[in-house]
Design a protein around this ligand. Structure first.
Ligand SMILES: [Mg+2]
Length: 311
């Protein structure tokens, strides 16, 4: 475990600050060996980690994520959210709570188009795959559409680099929003056709509508996660993916297809649990009732894994 963390630390300091060989993270070149870690977590954020109602992360989840990371479990977020959202809702509370020096966390944002990594001391460069970005002229038209017709129910997310996301306002009920969302989605789709954007799709979620390259998805995020760990010479023996939407299964689909051992946790199985060639877990597998969903279920699974790795 010590070797694994030291190795991850070496990579972290080399990557975040090339040439830096002293400071809080002790870089030890002799420890450059592949580390087979027993478990890695690939986590959707909205739903299992952040409450879909308040959109923030409860302290217990922050604490357990830190304990898992400290125990050597790679923690990787794979979200449709922007890097700004992750910095504010996840990274800042983790650092404020006391992130152990040398712990490196990866955040894959905007469904794989944007990613960055952080430690308690440094935030690595923000990577944006520009080839996957929505053209600016289209984004400008959507911004205008929202301002002129939908501002009472939704807002244009200015923090996105590659996607266009229009989200439900917090002061509006979800049922009112959904009625407006259906009208908005139809107009957004019409605009994609007008701009000739055949390689982009309009993807409604329960609290937003995303317009994005067809190449974006949780599967792209999963492939980036494997690459990011490979850069640290970390090879997880098993993965747990966690999500609240059907699209989140794409993480486990991709990992399974590429011969990684994976189980998927569905924290909102009311949509029905699909047939998959890997195991799917829900709160019921922890002996919890069907009402335990979203971040309640997410918190329960984090606590269970923590028990497993520290016992
Ligand atoms: Mg979600």
């Amino acid at each position: 475990m010590g070797t694994r963390r030291a190795n991850a630390s070496w990579r972290a300091c080399q990557w975040l600050s090339p040439g830096w060989s002293s400071g809080r993270v002790d870089c030890n070149y002799e420890l450059m060996v592949s580390a087979a870690v027993p478990l890695a977590l690939l986590l959707d954020v909205d739903g299992p980690i952040a409450s879909p109602v308040t959109r923030d992360v409860r302290p217990r989840i922050i604490k357990d994520l830190l304990r898992l990371a400290h125990a050597g479990v790679p923690v990787i977020f794979n979200t449709g959210r922007s890097d700004t959202f992750i910095r504010e809702q996840v990274m800042a509370p983790m650092i404020a709570e006391g992130m152990p020096p040398g712990t490196l966390v990866h955040a894959i944002c905007e469904k794989g188009a944007v990613w960055f990594s952080y430690t308690a001391d440094s935030v690595g460069p923000l990577h944006v795959d520009g080839s996957l970005a929505v053209p600016k002229a289209y984004a400008d038209d959507i911004r205008t559409l929202v301002a002129e017709g939908y501002a009472a129910h939704m807002f244009f997310d200015e923090t996105k680099h590659a996607m266009v996301s229009v989200e439900q306002r917090l002061d509006v009920s979800n049922s009112d929003y959904k009625t407006e969302q259906a009208r908005f989605d139809a107009q957004a789709l019409e605009l994609t056709a007008r701009h000739g954007l055949s390689a982009f799709r309009v993807d409604p979620t329960i609290i937003s509508t995303d317009i994005e390259s067809v190449r974006l998805g949780k599967d792209l995020g999963a492939s980036r996660a494997v690459e990011l760990l490979a850069q640290q010479n970390i090879v997880p023996q098993a993965w747990r993916t966690v999500g609240d939407s059907r699209t989140d299964y794409a993480m486990a689909d991709w990992l399974h297809h590429h011969d990684h051992e994976v189980k998927h946790v569905d924290v909102r199985p009311a949509d029905g649990v699909p047939e998959k060639p890997y195991q799917i877990l829900t709160a019921a597998d922890l002996g919890l009732s069907a009402e335990v969903i979203h971040d309640d279920a997410g918190a329960a699974f984090l606590a269970k894994w923590l028990d497993t790795v520290v016992s």
